[in-house]
Design a binder for this molecule. Sequence first.
Ligand code: PLP
Length: 354
Amino acid sequence: MKKHNFSAGPAILPQEVLQQAAAAIQELDGIGLSLIEISHRSKEFVAIMEEAQQLALRLLGLENKGYRALFLQGGANLQFLMVAYNLLEHKAGYINTGTWSTKAIKEAQLFGEVEELASSKDKNFSYIPKDYAISSDLDYIHLTTNNTIFGTQIKELPVAAAPLVADMSSDIFSWNMDYSKFDLLYAGAQKNMGPAGTTLVVVKESILGKVSRSIPAMLDYRVHLDKDSMFNTPPVFAVYTSLLNMRWVDQQGGIAAVEAQNRKKAELLYNEIDRNSAFEGFAAPEDRSIMNATFNLSDPDTAALFDSLWQENGISGLKGHRSVGGYRASIYNAMPLESVQLLVDCMQAFEKKI
Ligand SMILES: *Cc1c(COP(=O)(O)O)cnc(C)c1O
């Protein structure tokens, strides 16, 4: 039986995307060869890469606005240092909203001065800081739009006089907004876009080329742009499967349509967390993520009973991250409403049993 996958990442993908990816491993589009045994310079793969780059820009509403899309390797973790390598000359501002922001700050400090503009560490990152001052002398401002571990999400962007850079690993393609507010955004594929192995980077070309240091070719955005993400062999399977999933988002009606579904799922789950006496939400209600819902048991001694209940119902991946404890339901784009309803049913059955 296929389980209901609430894992934070690598995460759920639509069933049809998995089937199409599996078929392409056997044979890509009737060409008599597997996707993973053809040259990345073949016309078939070049077309895949071009479509993936164009579709990423189109879904985000960033076509013809000076942006380019790249599919790189090294995960979001490599972007933590690549951003600073390419953009940090004197000082950058970082908003610290969790484990990933903290890691991004640590890497950027290797390249220049980092000012922590705001932090929610005082309350174990359970909220998004608001109303902080922003210095005027920053090379860029970096933030994490969705904090996968803590279940918080930024809903209002800082009004900045500097380029805005965002780690969108866990909420890329999940909500509709004006993405041209960002000058660079990146997302490791394995949360809401595809399998692990590639990272989407969308960058406004005009912000590059301003630092004085020399940059190794593999870490230089301009080198990758110049070679259309083919400076070296790209992760062909991860890029192709990400493309299949972007086509799926497009077929749903684009990001706005997917967002409407995501909001329904999140509302269903958060309403139950708030109503059910056996549970307490972790994140501040106004900052709750529509992708990762974090919650705890009111009485931790009842954990064994709740765990057996959801496991018996075919639910997988519900355990919270060790830095928060409790539970985390990741309800990415591909998660059906029915699976969220099943979780809510388990929560209600549990409340009756204790
Ligand atoms: C998972 C995650 C990362 C780390 O991604 P890798 O691809 O494993 O380096 C970074 N930022 C956020 C927001 C994440 O959810």
